[in-house]
Write a protein that binds this ligand. Structure first.
Ligand code: SF4
Length: 396
């Protein structure tokens, strides 16, 4: 008779993400929330959230990312993209609790930029970001060794997108690099190339290959041949030392699972379906989509363009669906027709983990004096991550 042996099988990171539970130490995904969540069917959820928020008063500041559901956004004191929200939180030192309705890396950035007395809370710890998870600290350290072996580490300046974990931001700070957002990626790259004398500088762009490629080619006039993709899942990144030495842009093989879904077919299909439509996409989309679009810009840029658009104009937007739907409703009575670029539903599933039951649970716990789901970055990581963020703030 044999005795059953425990299976040495670990859930994959994707399974953890989908299940929304368990810890994954190599990623920014969290654990299942402790405590009892109210039932989603509870008819009093809105009233309960309102009551808890009123009880906390100025002690709580609720941040709502643009991609959040409407049921959550209604409780946000301020809405915006991740960097704007982190700065808004820092500008409210009297708020003891920052409830971040967004994803994990955003809450980390808020913790880095706020004072030690402020406690940042993420209503659901399973709200990670699949893009941020595509670059772990170990993988990036290994990549740096590969660059050193190729003899080019001295020439490389890391530029990391805001959508990265605190560990990656700290790596960037340690190696003389900067953080960027989708609004200032061009300036960040120009700055980074200027850091190496003799014009032979290179950039390691993390973790979104599309934003890196689009900025280099579209904004800085480089060619696609100036870029190589470093794949952390292949030995040596899947590129030769000669290819690394020849490249100007070393792009990390990461992408946003939401924006990465838009295709050239989506653009052609919407143009055939809606004559006169203008296609406006986020630079996290693939290069061929960005190249085919009429306009490209960050979330804040998309909102501003639609605000300024004339009545009667038609728009197909390539970004997250919650935001597009909200903008379509907001501008409908101004005669602006706004549709989602793709025919398939394209929510950010991790953003959507923050729902009303989690928000009610977090607010009621805080109102009862219990801090739940606190996001805290350790002092050393915070120091170097802040260095990289400060370089971004000082960009010319
Ligand atoms: S939209 Fe993309 S980049 Fe933003 S949180 Fe979701 S997966 Fe991450």
């Amino acid at each position: 008779m044999t005795t059953a042996q425990p299976l040495d099988v670990q859930p994959t990171p994707l399974a953890l993400l989908l299940l929304g539970r368990d810890a994954d130490p190599s990623s920014e995904r969290g654990v299942e929330c402790p405590g009892d969540l109210p039932a989603p069917s509870d008819p009093d959820l809105v009233a309960r959230a309102r009551a808890a928020k009123d009880k906390l008063g100025d002690r709580v500041f609720v941040l709502g990312h643009h991609y959040q559901r409407d049921e959550v956004i209604q409780f946000a004191d301020v809405t915006g993209d991740s960097f704007k929200l982190a700065r808004d939180a820092a500008a409210r030192p009297a708020a003891e609790y920052i409830v971040f309705c967004g994803v994990h890396f955003m809450a980390e950035s808020a913790d880095i930029l706020t004072s030690d007395e402020q406690k940042v809370v993420l209503p659901d710890l399973a709200a990670g970001c699949s893009m941020a998870d595509m670059a772990s600290a170990e993988q990036v350290a290994e990549c740096w060794d590969v660059l050193a072996e190729a003899g080019i580490a001295e020439q490389v300046v890391p530029v990391s997108y805001m959508n990265s974990s605190a560990d990656i931001k700290a790596f960037t700070g340690r190696h003389g690099g900067t953080i960027c957002t989708s609004s200032n990626a061009r300036r960040a790259l120009q700055w980074a190339f200027g850091q190496v004398d003799g014009g032979d500088g290179k950039v390691l762009f993390l973790p979104d290959q599309h934003l890196g490629r689009n900025t280099a080619v579209r904004d800085l006039g480089m060619s696609l041949d100036d870029c190589v993709v470093y794949n952390p899942h292949k030995p040596g990144g899947g590129v030769t030392a000669d290819e690394l030495r020849a490249a100007k842009m070393i792009l990390w093989r990461g992408h946003c699972s939401v924006h990465g879904r838009f295709s050239l077919d989506s653009v052609e299909e919407v143009r055939a379906r809606i004559p006169g439509v203008q296609v406006l996409v986020h630079p996290e989309c693939k290069h061929e989509v960005v190249a085919a679009a009429d306009h490209v810009g960050s979330t804040e840029h998309i909102i501003k363009m639609l605000e300024a658009a004339p009545a009667g104009s038609k728009w197909a937007i390539g970004t997250e669906l919650n935001l597009v739907r909200r903008l379509a409703n907001r501008f409908a009575d101004q005669g602006k027709e706004i549709v989602f670029l793709d025919r398939t539903v394209c929510f950010c599933s991790t953003m959507n983990r923050i729902d009303l039951p989690h928000l009610v649970w977090a607010l009621e716990s805080l109102a009862d004096g219990t801090v739940v789901n606190r996001i805290q970055v350790d002092a050393e990581t915070e120091h170097y991550a802040k260095l990289a963020l400060e370089r971004m703030l000082a960009l010319p």
